[in-house]
Design a protein around this ligand. Sequence first.
Ligand SMILES: *[C@@H]1O[C@H](CO)[C@@H](O)[C@H](O)[C@H]1NC(C)=O
Length: 323
Amino acid sequence: MADRQISLPAKLINGGIAGLIGVTCVFPIDLAKTRLQNQQNGQRIYTSMSDCLIKTIRAEGYFGMYRGAAVNLTLVTPEKAIKLAANDFFRHHLSKDGQKLTLLKEMLAGCGAGTCQVIVTTPMEMLKIQLQDAGRIAAQKKILAAQGQLSTQGGVQPSAEAPAAPRPTATQLTRDLLHSRGIAGLYKGLGATLLRDVPFSVVYFPLFANLNQLGRPASEEKSPFYVSFLAGCVAGSAAAVAVNPCDVVKTRLQSLQRGVNEDTYTGFLDCARKILRHEGPSAFLKGAYCRALVIAPLFGIAQVVYFLGIAESLLGLLQDPQA
Ligand SMILES: *[C@@H]1O[C@H](CO)[C@@H](O)[C@H](O)[C@H]1NC(C)=O
């Protein structure tokens, strides 16, 4: 959007601040998305996003909606750093003597950066998904236990109160995964993540550029901020919905714990086939609405933070305290 020169530290601080605000605002929706995507037919606990959030608050408290948020809060800045560095690297190597990049090359640079980004994203998502989904599995067990008690009502069945499910932390999970499966354990679902994120960029960048163009007053001027802002939100949501099928497969592949009677999968194609056969094509849109609702504010917030130049003001204050 903006062509002004921004230093790398400023970009990082902007990215970090945008990430922190973004996670705080939309993490609960992200949690609902994971839980809705992991529900298989016949085992449903949640009927919609709001239903999922209400039940989560009842069973796990307000902070229950933020299970796994620490992973995002910790890693959002390193993730941005890799993406920015990779983007600069590819743009530099694709541009002929400092000329502006063509749209195709912009897309290539975006894809290259996206590919580097998954080095951080995949383990992040892996940990986040286990933490987010644990509450759903626990709720399912509780319901089944209650049903079991009902069916043996009148008998002398002692109340088999299920012991409180253990709540592993992200560090424990990482240690266990590394111990049992090595590095590959953290990178489960890498292929699905790439299949989601590379097409995302392919849809997002041209769509954004075209929408942004629509609101340009004169051919040589830049679009006003609100146009870029809206273009970013619309393009982000549209791209998110377009790649949602890959996101569903990715969530299923990365979830290590299965609920009762839920299918297990050996890989991307096996998972896609089983979802199609057992749940029908509409299952590939599970959580799509939530994902659009997550992505649009994340993009919007990032653009506002960049536009306001929050990091530049902060750095300026540091360098020039009298100002
Ligand atoms: C958390 O991080 C992952 C990996 O980058 C991202 O896909 C997801 O959208 C993030 N969630 C939130 C709410 O920021």
